[in-house]
Design a protein. Structure first.
Length: 178
């Protein structure tokens, strides 16, 4: 099988570049001017920094996001010294750098979400779409089914039924004798 095709735009320095791109402070201070009783007042506020995004990183190194995702996930099959086939990442350094960047992005999102620096609807949307978070209803199954079945016997009714059965047997016996 031929490996012909366009050469990859991958460069080993992209591993450091992706970590640098996602290494941003979670917050920044901004000065807001508000009207006060005695004129304008400056207030310093801590706000969320822009969340680094993988599409924007890909754009910063002049590639398509799908190429970058391919570098992070593409596997190849090699043969070990023992002759066994083993599957490995084609770009293991980039795979690891991508995973670290993803965790850095998630940590920033969690911290800013917990500190109410993002709109709550945005926080929920991001959690579900970027990080695979889901709402779950907990259902606990212990694997056991217990079934209790009781029969209550009324002794009086039992004795009446026995007497009726005996009388029936006697009548039947007497008819058969004739």
């Amino acid at each position: 099988m031929s490996n012909a095709g366009r050469p990859s735009k991958y460069k080993p320095e992209f591993c450091k570049a992706i970590i640098d791109y996602f290494s941003v402070d979670h917050t920044k201070e901004v000065i807001e001017v508000v009207a006060g009783k005695n004129g304008a007042v400056e207030i310093t506020k801590e706000v969320a920094n822009d969340l680094p995004l993988f599409g924007m990183f890909a754009n910063s190194i002049s590639i398509d996001k799908s190429n970058m995702l391919n570098w992070a996930s593409k596997k190849i099959t090699n043969v070990s010294k023992k002759g066994e086939e083993i599957e490995e990442y084609k770009y293991p350094e980039f795979h690891n750098a991508y995973k670290k960047a993803k965790e850095m992005q998630r940590a920033m999102w969690i911290q800013n979400s917990l500190n109410n620096r993002y709109n709550s609807a945005f926080t929920i949307f991001m959690g579900k779409n970027m990080f695979g978070w889901r709402n779950y209803d907990e259902v606990k199954n212990t694997g056991e089914i217990k079934h209790t079945h009781t029969h209550e016997t009324n002794l009086e009714n039992y004795k009446k039924a026995q007497n009726i059965a005996r009388e029936f047997e006697k009548k039947l016996y007497n008819q058969l004798k004739k």
